[in-house]
Design a protein around this ligand. Structure first.
Ligand code: SAM
Length: 235
């Protein structure tokens, strides 16, 4: 299957194994991943965030329940919430999730915004797990005809070493553990190049009880994200 499908399948496999109840997809675009995730009955809250309201609106009503959802209800209601907003801003409605996914998003951010994203996701949202994917620049020489970045809107593409440096710093600063993996075939004999898309799977390190958490006690009333769509499936 094409690479983007393999990335969604990676997330779906993780969901099947880990059964998160609350999942938020950052940079959800036209909600393709969310449409696949809504069939996983353990999920109780499915949220999506994108800076571009037009791409969300494009197909958002496809997330509405269909008649069989009423005929074969799940064990618990499923709530879906779609927001327009930026991953560089903190909004309390994205705190306390079991899983945050960020698939091919960070390379669209300026590097100073990657720092904000890092603090927002790992310091503020502080999910139990996070799946972050981004292109692997080491793989680019194997892509025929590619000069420069893979997409005109990419602000950077990290080598394996650069991605790992960022990820290990996240772990030190915010108390996570990371496993490095990826999707997209590794050419025979060239395993050191790594995958076409590199993926970091982060898990909150519960042993590091005194890891610094940047949560404030201030009453939070600032809701920078705009709710575009909200639906509750029957149970
Ligand atoms: N995650 C989807 C996928 O894997 O198919 C879409 C990836 S697309 C390359 C990147 C998405 O990130 C776009 O939908 C874009 O609008 C969104 N995006 C870019 N900057 C963002 C930001 N600061 N906050 C939230 N979303 C952003």
């Amino acid at each position: 299957p094409p690479l983007y499908i393999q990335r969604y399948e990676f997330v779906i496999d993780f969901v099947k194994k880990n059964k998160p109840k609350k999942v938020v997809d950052l940079g959800c675009n036209d909600c393709t991943l969310l449409r696949k995730l809504k069939f996983h009955k353990e999920i109780e809250l499915l949220a999506g965030l994108d800076i571009d309201s037009a791409v969300i609106r494009d197909r958002m009503y496809d997330l509405a329940p269909i008649p069989t959802d009423y005929l074969q209800p799940g064990d618990h209601p499923l709530t879906i919430e779609l927001y327009q907003g930026s991953v560089t801003e903190r909004d309390p409605r994205t705190k306390g999730f079991d899983l945050v996914t960020s698939i091919e998003l960070i390379e669209h951010l300026q590097l100073e915004d990657v720092d904000r994203f890092t603090e927002v996701v790992f310091g503020y949202m502080a999910p139990v797990a996070a799946i972050i994917s981004t292109p692997n620049a080491d793989f680019n020489p194997l892509l025929p005809g590619l000069t420069g970045f893979r997409h005109y809107d990419h602000k950077f593409e990290w080598t394996k070493a650069e991605f790992q440096t960022w990820a290990l710093k996240v772990c030190r600063e915010f108390g996570y553990m990371v496993a490095f993996t990826g999707v997209g075939q590794i050419p025979a004999q060239e395993e050191s190049i790594g995958f076409c898309s590199q993926v970091g799977v982060f898990q909150l390190d519960r042993s590091g009880g005194d890891a610094p958490r940047l949560q404030s006690n201030v009453t939070e009333e600032h809701l920078p994200y705009r709710l575009l769509y909200n639906v509750v499936y029957p149970s």
